[in-house]
Design a protein around this ligand. Structure first.
Ligand SMILES: Nc1ncnc2c1ncn2[C@@H]1O[C@H](COP(=O)(O)OP(=O)(O)OP(=O)(O)O)[C@@H](O)[C@H]1O
Ligand SMILES: [Mg+2]
Length: 451
């Protein structure tokens, strides 16, 4: 983490108190701001990040206790130190119960004051360090990108060369090809890996919600906005903002987003104040953005802003060399986490994996492997543990697409009904209007095995 001066906000309605505290702490090496009351303090807090707030309890308008509650609602990590006269020490004790870090009693003992603030900063920093350490150890260390095909080697080279820069990256590819994985790698290997990686799924939210998700909102900006809320752009400060499914953003939000990316400033919904933001941008989409531009649903200027460096993830069917290495990677991973000892795919199962077109790409492959492992009783994965793939593969190769015989259709239909009944032969036979023995005979005829 970069060493920076701790940021301190001093809130007091009396000018001379603000001035003397400010002078004292500036001398001590703090980055100090001041506010003359609760409201002003919240405004300042909305613009800048602080480590510690020192606030007087008794102030006209919003008092220190109320200010503390507001701060805790939106930024619980800030340490708050309350200042009180002798008369109201009991109030300060109450405040401690509500989560204030400590309190100081007027008139101040400068040495004590310095010690308390210093310890508060240490605590805040320790917590920050813990969080980022934890993130680095568990959560945010991205998974390995597996791939030996030339296409994936090229992708890995591109990731290697762009990650250490600050460049904006646009990742394209079908669903399940690994766009998010690549985005996480770029963040983790970039200069902002110590900062957060904040992801927004732009396709999942209605326009109004997305807007407040991205830009945040001021308290009272709409019904239900009971407190100030920072948006993802603000939360990504110092790190990477991952805009997933950027092709789904509505034209109005596109305008706001473009402005934010260009000016590196945002205005929260319902607000007027500009807030500076600083992050790297990585976007992903499986939409044809050029087509969307022609249709008029995607802004060309935004497209140029995000399309600085492109990484295209090819669909799995175009890089069959990657299928087995990825399948084996997931087999190892899932077997380990399930405590199972299944180490390989049988040659027939490998064949199937290679023949299947994987419309859901790597995600589908991962799911198929996980499912196979759950139902597998042997020491290796057999074709019967990959039933859906086995069936579609037989359909794709010599199936009904070119074979329109009644037999082929019967084969497909029986498979489908069996799948729907999860291979419960009694149920399937009933749906098909035949008896179980007949169904068993047909299954034998078409070599349909129960998983
Ligand atoms: N090359 C790869 N090596 C290992 N795991 C991979 C690879 N590609 C993708 N995965 C894994 O496959 C799953 C799907 O990948 P990811 O979520 O990154 O896809 P996506 O392109 O973002 O899909 P969508 O467009 O549907 O959001 C994840 O679990 C990811 O870790
Ligand atoms: Mg994704």
């Amino acid at each position: 983490m970069t060493a920076r001066s701790p940021r301190l906000l001093i809130v007091d309605d009396e000018l001379h108190v603000r001035e003397s505290l400010s002078a004292w702490f500036t001398e001590d090496g703090y980055d100090v701001s001041t506010a003359s009351g609760g409201k002003e303090a919240l405004a300042v807090l909305g613009r800048q990040k602080f480590d510690v707030v020192i606030t007087d309890i008794r102030m006209p308008g919003m008092d220190g206790i109320e200010l503390q509650r507001h701060i805790h609602e939106t930024e619980p990590e800030i340490a708050i130190i309350l200042v009180t006269a002798y008369a109201s020490v009991s109030t300060a004790v109450e405040a401690l119960k509500e989560g204030a870090y400590d309190y100081l009693v007027k008139p101040f003992d400068p040495e004590e004051m310095s010690r308390v603030v210093e310890k508060a900063c240490e605590k805040v920093h320790l917590r920050e360090e813990n969080v980022s350490l934890k993130e680095r150890i568990n959560g945010s260390r991205p998974e390995m990108i597996v791939g030996t095909s030339r296409a994936m080697q090229r992708v890995l080279d591109l990731v290697d060369s762009v990650a250490p820069t600050e460049a904006t990256v646009l990742i394209r590819g079908e669903s399940g090809t690994g766009k998010e994985l690549v985005a996480r790698q770029i963040h983790a290997r970039g200069p902002r890996s110590f900062g957060p990686m904040v992801a927004v799924n732009c396709g999942a939210l209605p326009e109004g919600v997305l807007e407040s998700e991205l830009f945040g909102h001021e308290k009272g900006s709409f019904t239900g906005a009971t407190a100030l809320r920072k948006g993802k752009l603000e939360l990504a400060d110092g790190g990477t903002l991952f805009l997933d499914e950027i092709g789904e953003i509505s034209p109005r939000v596109q305008v706001d987003l473009l402005r934010a990316l260009e000016d590196k400033k945002i205005i929260r919904v319902g607000g007027t104040q500009e807030v500076p933001v600083d992050f790297r941008v990585v976007c992903a989409t499986n939409r044809d953005l050029e087509e969307a531009i022609r249709e008029g649903s995607f802004r060309e200027d935004l497209y140029y802003r995000i399309n600085v460096f492109q990484i295209n993830l090819p669909p799995l069917r175009e890089r069959p060399e990657d299928i087995l290495p990825i399948a084996e990677h997931f087999l190892k991973k899932f077997a380990h986490s399930m405590g199972r000892r299944v180490e390989k795919f049988s040659p027939e199962a490998r064949d199937l994996l290679l023949k299947y077109p994987w419309p859901g790409n790597v995600r589908e492959l991962a799911n198929a492997v996980e499912r196979a492992l759950v139902v597998c009783h042997e020491g290796e994965i057999l074709p019967k543990y990959l039933p859906i793939i086995a069936r579609s593969t037989s359909a794709a190769f010599g199936g009904p697409s070119d074979d329109l015989s009644l037999q082929a259709i019967e084969h497909q239909h029986i498979l489908k009904v069996l799948e729907m009944s999860e291979f419960n032969v009694t149920h399937a036979a009933k749906s098909l209007g035949i008896d179980r023995v007949t169904l068993y005979n047909k299954m034998r005829k078409y070599s349909i095995e129960r998983p």
